[in-house]
Design a protein around this ligand. Structure first.
Ligand code: FUB
Ligand code: ZN
Length: 668
């Protein structure tokens, strides 16, 4: 039985913690990001988004007026060095080749916020952005500021690296979200015209192609589901089917460029393109490879395609990729991408803590993939991983006050090393205001603003509760309308209460049994109960006024890594409920590698203010190895350790109290 997310307007998040996060996105993050997109944040890396849209609009206007346009820039791709916005040439393109996507993600996030509650000022800003996008669209529907400014004749010649289809995918996601939030079709029309432009060139019986950075697949499938227009399903299927087949479209493109440059051609075999997940046909894939965000977005598109086409081979490939990504290559924090070399998946069990990449966007991609797997099959292992990624790496990507962000999410940090060691160049010990490559901040905004679409999904006769986020939900079971009030507070305990506050219906409410609990009780008088694949199904009739409750035990857990993870050998980390904990210098002093955790020590759960919020922390006795005045190497002897009281804070809250050391895994 498949399921789909509920419209966001049917879900009102009331959860103390998540409501704050969503309110923060609305009140602080989106306004800040709007300023950033307009290059008005002093001291932050310029975004160039609005600048590029306006520059492209001038070119489009000139072309429409029939005037000649001679590009003054070569399509180099990564124009990352530039002047300050004040000194910039208004007619040139600046920033990364995929800069357009930042604004599209911002619009998508704003749309989700508007679906939940109106906000005239925000809506007006989105309208300004949409007008700018519309003005930058070519007469034939093509829309990409980089190629419009640097030479439209070169478009679609480097799909491997130049992200046209990636920007297109983000545009579509934004357009569907905007239509669903406001009923307005303006951005959807723009997106459809670009989609039609792409479909005129690529597709069955036309040119072969696939995106170098995936997302167009899942976006097109979303467009298909939103509009019922079959051409978008066809195009998404085409991109998936071409990927990894021979002759490799990426090799053919490269050869065309090499011919121009007088260079010898390369073999057109696919195997060289594992970084782009284009090394074999997708239905044969077994291992998560290459760029982690790309891989997670591809998996998300594959899962949607498997569900919509009833494609069993595609589904089997998703299962194998899930196993590889989550059961062999995922950090305990739900991050993926073990190596900064190419922002990529490493080999199985290679999960270093200090040089980790674990990009925020990759964890977001894992959340996307997990929700899509859940839509095909309500199996709690998908929701467990989704929750792990969300509560740990995704949340860590943004400061508690919403004004700074992490791109890379290490599990161990020594700031002095980050500042001096080139091997750690990618690791920032403090969150940044913005990035030249600002993929992560708006991605966090769009995910957290659409949290309801991940917490709950629904089929005709069942509502699935995947994440315990307090919410008021308007839904239908077998045609009967009901309003449910879900109460939870996972940061404190595992007590869940659900009350029917209005209506009546017959059907099933299915509750995930989280992997972090070691037992639960349920009070659901009159309901038929059964368990399957980690969900508790309660079936019966639901009437206004009745309540059920679940109490999931939430013990403090001491976790160890699989013995094949070299990095975690002899170490443990603490977790409770969905939260993974870490030790920070602010509580425990420097040289955290000298702490010795005592696995048997009793752990107290207390609350502590971190930044502006009060969070559950753990206090536990541990030992500390002294630093004697000793030679570099000496004869082995048992160190005389001192007793210490360790404070552990939720991983997502690290780096909110100034710069300092941090460690998730502690030596035992
Ligand atoms: O390439 C576009 C985005 O920028 C990727 O998803 C991120 O990993 C970053 O490289
Ligand atoms: Zn990112």
């Amino acid at each position: 039985m498949t399921s789909k997310p509920l419209p966001l307007r049917n879900i009102q998040i009331t959860d103390a913690f998540w409501k704050r996060e969503q309110a923060l996105i609305r009140s602080a993050v989106l306004p800040y990001q709007w300023e950033a997109l307009n290059d008005r944040v002093p001291g932050a890396a310029p975004s160039w988004w609005m600048h590029n849209m306006r520059a492209a609009a001038r070119v489009v206007a000139a072309r429409k007026a029939g005037g000649p346009y001679i590009p003054r820039q070569k399509p180099r791709g990564m124009v990352t060095e530039g002047p300050s916005p004040a000194q910039a040439d208004p007619n040139l393109f600046y920033g990364w080749v995929f800069q357009d996507s930042d604004g599209y993600k911002w619009i998508e996030a704003a749309a989700y916020q508007l679906a939940m509650a109106p906000d005239e000022a925000l809506q007006a800003q989105v309208q300004t952005a949409i007008d700018a996008i519309g003005a930058a669209q070519e007469a034939d529907g093509y829309l990409n500021t980089f190629y419009t400014i640097t030479g439209i004749e070169n478009r679609f010649t480097n799909l491997k690296d130049h992200h046209e289809l990636y920007c297109f995918g983000h545009l579509v996601e934004a357009a569907v979200a905007w239509k669903e939030a406001t009923g307005r079709e303006d951005l959807l029309d723009i997106a459809r015209r670009f989609a039609a432009c792409i479909a005129r060139r690529f597709g069955p019986g036309r040119e072969r192609a696939c995106p170098g950075h995936e997302i167009a697949e899942m976006a097109l499938l979303r467009l298909y589901e939103a509009t019922g227009e079959p051409e978008w399903l066809e195009l998404a299927n085409f991109f998936l089917d071409v990927r990894g087949t021979e002759p490799s479209t990426f090799a053919l493109e490269e050869n065309a460029r090499r011919r121009k440059d007088g260079l010898p051609e390369l073999p057109v075999t696919a195997e060289r393109y594992a970084y782009y997940q284009a090394h074999m046909p997708v239905r044969q894939m077994k291992e998560a490879t290459g760029h982690a965000v790309r891989q997670m977005y591809l998996c998300s598109g594959m899962a949607d395609a498997a569900r919509l086409n009833g494609d069993a081979d595609m589904r089997d490939a998703c299962l194998r990729l899930w196993h590889s990504a989550v059961e062999e290559k995922m950090y305990v924090t739900g991050g993926v991408g073990g190596t900064h070399v190419g922002e990529a998946f490493s080999r199985p069990y290679d999960l270093p803590g200090d040089t980790a990449y674990s990009e925020t966007c990759a964890a977001i991609g894992l959340v996307f993939f997990a929700r899509r797997m859940l839509q095909m099959d309500a199996d709690s292992r998908y929701a467990d991983a989704m929750e792990r990624a969300l509560y740990n790496t995704v949340l860590a990507g943004m400061a508690l006050d919403g004004t700074s962000f992490f791109y890379v999410n290490p599990l161990e940090v020594d700031p002095a090393a980050c500042h001096t060691d080139d091997r750690l160049k990618h690791v920032q010990p403090q969150r940044q205001k913005w990035f030249g490559c600002a993929c992560c901040p708006p991605n966090i905004s769009r995910l957290l603003s659409s949290l309801g679409a991940y917490a709950f999904t629904q089929s005709a006769d069942a509502l699935f509760v995947h994440l315990y986020v307090s919410s008021r939900i308007d839904t239908e079971l077998n045609g009967g309308k009901i309003t449910l009030d879900l109460q939870a507070d996972l940061l404190r305990n595992g007590k869940i209460r659900l009350t029917v506050t209005d209506g009546a219906a017959e059907g099933v409410l299915a509750f995930r049994i989280p992997d972090w609990t070691n037992g639960f009780t349920v009070q659901a008088p009159g309901k038929e109960q059964r368990q399957e694949k980690g969900y508790l199904y309660l079936a019966g009739s639901w009437r206004k006024g009745e309540s059920i409750s679940l109490d999931f035990a939430m013990p403090v857990r001491r976790l160890m890594g699989h013995p094949l993870i070299r990095e975690t050998a002899g170490q443990l980390c603490y977790a409770r409920g969905p939260l993974v904990y870490c030790a920070e210098e602010a509580d425990n002093g420097k040289l955290l590698h000298l702490i010795r955790a005592l696995p048997q020590a009793e752990v107290r759960v207390e609350t502590q203010a971190i930044g502006a919020i009060s969070l559950p922390v753990l206090r536990v006795a541990a030992k500390r190895v002294p630093v004697p005045d000793a030679p570099l190497y000496d004869d082995w002897k048992e160190p005389e350790m001192t007793d210490v009281d360790l404070t552990l804070i939720p991983y997502f809250a690290w780096a909110n109290r100034g710069e300092g050391e941090m460690r998730v895994w502690l030596h035992t």
